[in-house]
Design a protein around this ligand. Structure first.
Ligand SMILES: Nc1ncnc2c1ncn2[C@@H]1O[C@H](COP(=O)(O)OP(=O)(O)OP(=O)(O)O)[C@@H](O)[C@H]1O
Length: 551
């Protein structure tokens, strides 16, 4: 710490001299003592930021430690355990605190982990199951290439993801244990959720039953509500970002790495451009002809065939993005409720509501949703379900959720759902998970020889402040939970005592009558001219978007 302090003093002195007006020699000409270059100034600023952050963290760590101790003592007092048990738990707790302090001093790197099976591939990197060498703990490691983040202007987004995960400690949100970097990559060490993602589940099952859909749409409502409470907007909620834990409960992930930015290169969309969205194909002579309408089954098969390619393409799938986001007119939290509507539709129908072979056609259909939102009769959706979807896939002003998540929770499709018990009951789907390293609920990914990487060794921080790395100062983070394992703390017993017996998912829902065949409810009335969205997300004190600010 002392060496850091003396660095700080040196830097302050250096900074002052940078700010000072240079005195010229009597001949009025500049000597060889040149002013520091802008690169040097930038480095000094980054170093200053690093040191200030370091001290702030030290203070916060002390405060957090005090709070953890208080909270443990309070829990113990409430839990009615013997004095001896209390003593043992507190002793274990202090041991963990010491380990945590040791871990804080340790500079984490990819070498601390054994990299195992690849479970995800995204536009910026990959996700792998990994095991920490020291502790044997299993995590998911998301690795992102810095140069790619810079190239696509995603630096702020990746910081937003790190910030949200570190800030929002909620059972609906995937838990972040730590983040670190080396010269080439950023790393997020997260809890490993072995139940797979909703995209894989939907591809394996085609559709969900109404009860299953209600359960997962319900848990997604709670997850979205949690991030909105922290003033974040996700903007890219899709089935690939809904992960399942080993018991089948849902967690929201992937904050901030939004591909939709790439749609800015698409020609400007126009709500009135309805004619261009008619399904068309080209004859041998180049003339366009209308394509025959696909049945629900054909459309489903088509979607399934294209789904993964779309997910792993650099542009991604636009299927769940709200029209106001695509129209670049500014957006608020409501855009996440639109995505919820599109996901609910896919769960019940088998493919998303505006699916088309071409992403650009999908975008056009989304902005012209009034013409294109249809419920295939074969899907036999219940009236309530159609009504809720129509109230989510509609204009911002009419959209449910605009006045808060309660509006959605109160919809009749959810009648009987006990919201505060949803995460305590047995999940509607039980994934098969044999052990902590089981990856059967994920697709298999081909390993290329350079995939299992040797680490680009992280040098001392000063070395890391190359011009590229200045963008990522402050990315490193460690969560107390990394060592705060309740099993080790002996808190598991306490937790068991606290937990009531879990009722099943079904018992929370009203018994539902058979699906009736009904026409799709009329889409919400046409909006006033310029009501597609506000610029709220860009105003001060307004929700922080995890993705690109609207233009
Ligand atoms: N914590 C986790 N536990 C289990 N699987 C995970 C975890 N995080 C991510 N995955 C898997 O990896 C996939 C990709 O992850 P994620 O979407 O976070 O990466 P990405 O590079 O940001 O992708 P995208 O291109 O969709 O933005 C997920 O769909 C999921 O299957």
């Amino acid at each position: 710490m002392d060496s850091a302090r003396s660095w700080f003093t040196k830097l302050q002195t250096r900074e002052k001299s940078i700010g000072k007006k240079k005195e010229l020699p009597p001949n009025g000409k500049e000597g060889t003592d040149e002013a520091p270059s802008s690169a040097t100034k930038q480095r000094v600023a980054a170093a200053k930021q690093y040191i200030e952050k370091h001290y702030k963290e030290q203070m916060k760590n002390l405060q957090d430690r005090k709070e953890r101790r208080c909270s443990l003592e309070k829990k113990l007092a409430d839990a009615n355990v013997s004095e001896e048990e209390q003593h043992n738990i507190v002793k274990q707790f202090e041991k963990k605190e010491t380990e945590y302090m040791r871990m804080q001093r340790h500079k984490m790197s990819v070498d601390d982990f054994d990299l195992l099976t690849m479970i995800g591939k995204g536009a910026f990197g990959e996700v792998r199951v990994c095991r920490e060498k020291n502790t044997g703990n299993v995590y998911a490691m998301k690795k992102l290439r810095k140069s790619e983040m810079l190239r696509r202007g995603q630096v702020e987004h990746v910081k937003a993801e790190r910030n949200l995960l570190a800030e929002v400690d909620h059972h609906c949100i995937v838990k972040l244990y730590c983040s670190f970097q080396d010269s080439e990559y950023l790393y997020l060490i997260m809890e490993y959720l072995p139940g797979g993602d909703m995209m894989t589940l939907l591809m394996r099952k085609d559709t969900l039953t109404e009860d299953e859909a209600r359960f997962y749409v319900g848990e997604t409502v709670l997850a979205i509500e949690a991030i909105h409470r922290h003033n974040y907007i996700h903007r890219d909620i899709k089935p690939d970002n809904l992960l399942l834990d080993r018991h089948g409960h849902l967690r929201l992930s992937d904050f901030g790495l939004c591909k939709p930015l790439d749609y800015s290169n698409f020609p400007d969309l126009n709500e009135k451009d309805v004619t261009s969205t008619k399904p068309q194909s080209t004859n041998g002579d180049g003339r366009q002809q209308s394509m025959p309408k696909r049945t629900q089954q054909e459309q489903l098969e088509h979607w399934q065939k294209n789904r993964r390619t779309l997910a792993y393409s650099t542009v991604g799938t636009p299927d769940y993005i709200a029209p106001e986001v695509l129209l670049k007119k500014g957006y608020g939290m409501e855009c996440d409720w639109w995505s919820l509507g599109a996901i609910m539709y896919e769960m019940l129908v088998g493919y998303p509501p505006f699916y088309s072979d071409e992403p650009m056609t999908t975008c056009r259909k989304i902005v012209n949703w009034r013409t294109h939102l249809k419920f295939p009769e074969e899907a036999r959706l219940m009236t309530d379900a159609k009504d809720l979807i129509s109230k989510l896939l509609c204009n911002v002003d009419q959209r449910l959720g605009t006045k808060g998540a309660e509006e959605i929770k109160e919809h009749s499709w959810f009648s009987g759902v006990e919201w505060d018990k949803l995460y305590e009951i047995e999940a509607a789907y039980q994934p098969q998970v044999t052990d902590e390293l089981d990856t059967q609920n994920f697709e298999k990914f081909e390993e290329s020889s350079d995939n299992i990487q040797c680490s680009a060794k992280a040098g001392p921080w000063r070395k890391m402040l190359s011009s590229k790395d200045l963008n990522f100062v402050g990315y490193t983070y460690k969560n107390f939970e990394l060592v705060n394992d309740p099993e080790v703390l002996g808190m598991a017993e306490l937790k068991k005592k606290e937990k009531a017996k879990r009722p099943s998912a079904k018992s929370l829902f009203d018994s539902s009558p058979d699906a009736e065949e009904q026409p799709a409810p009329a889409p919400a009335p046409a909006p006033a001219e310029n009501d597609e969205g506000s610029t709220r997300s860009t105003e001060p004190d307004m929700p922080r978007s995890l993705s690109a600010p609207s233009t």
